[in-house]
Design a protein around this ligand. Sequence first.
Ligand code: AMP
Ligand code: MG
Length: 318
Amino acid sequence: MTRRLQADASGIAEAAAILLAGGLVAFPTETVYGLGALATDSAAIARVFAAKGRPAHNPLILHVANKALAARFARFDARAERLAAAFWPGPLTLVLPLIRDAGIAPAATAGLDTVAVRVPRHPTALRLLEAVDGPVAAPSANRSGQVSPTTAAHVLADLDGLIDLVLDAGSVEVGIESTVLDLGRPDTGRILRPGGLTRDAIEAVIGRLDVSSGASSEPLRSPGLLARHYAPKTPLRLDAVSVAKDEALLAFGPQPLEGAGWMLNLSPKGDLAEAAHNLYAMLRALDTEGARRIAVMKLPEGGLGEALADRLKRAATA
Ligand code: AMP
Ligand code: MG
């Protein structure tokens, strides 16, 4: 049995003690719930991979309370300094050169010479990380490949019995994962995974980013990016312009398609932030309806639309 505690002062103190003793604690961040383990503890990190069923080649994001803690194990160049100053705490993960002798468990970075790090802005996450006073690896608290959790109930649906504790602070704000930006070499600046911070916001601080060429000459920079991910069990059909009675509709905007057997609207007012907040909970809900398929209406492209399109594409991949 996994314990569930309110994210108040005593819950957070208990969670910190469990983490420091090598246990696994799921906790809310502003993006999704993370599955935390002390990043300097190889045995704890091994348990994270086991609980999630996550392939060993998929490195974890390390979460810290502030930039100074991050600078103990990650090398910041001028761009990284500017981005951290502008967007931390917040939904931006930086992939930076790893400082080798800093004590990070090799499995946490999948043996790479880079490390992914961020400072989350959820108050519970910040207080927990302050209490731990060290790096906490925290991938999304779901079984690998499944839909990410935005509530404590989602976490328990996937991981009950496999982890020690979940801290419950209700539903999270952003609803999709952080943007992962590769600054691992001086000449790169590339989004590996679009997410809760938009490309425009990043470019406003450090200028134009590289656009991935798709060329395969270069070794895979983000080994964990799977074509199929974030996926419900019911098949998805994207960019629907009509819908059948045995389908569930994931709608967007003030004019949802008519005729679906079930329908949820990501944002009746057509707001992408609201859609991101609702995406995973609505996919989970529609997944239990017994529909033949989930039809998804087309979403606008700019801003958070990039991350939403990425998640829906992976969710729809067979
Ligand atoms: P998750 O924690 O499940 O939200 O996923 C973390 C994402 O960050 C995955 O897509 C990883 O491949 C990516 N990532 C973590 N560390 C690195 C790294 N050192 N280099 C490239 N990508 C990374
Ligand atoms: Mg994940």
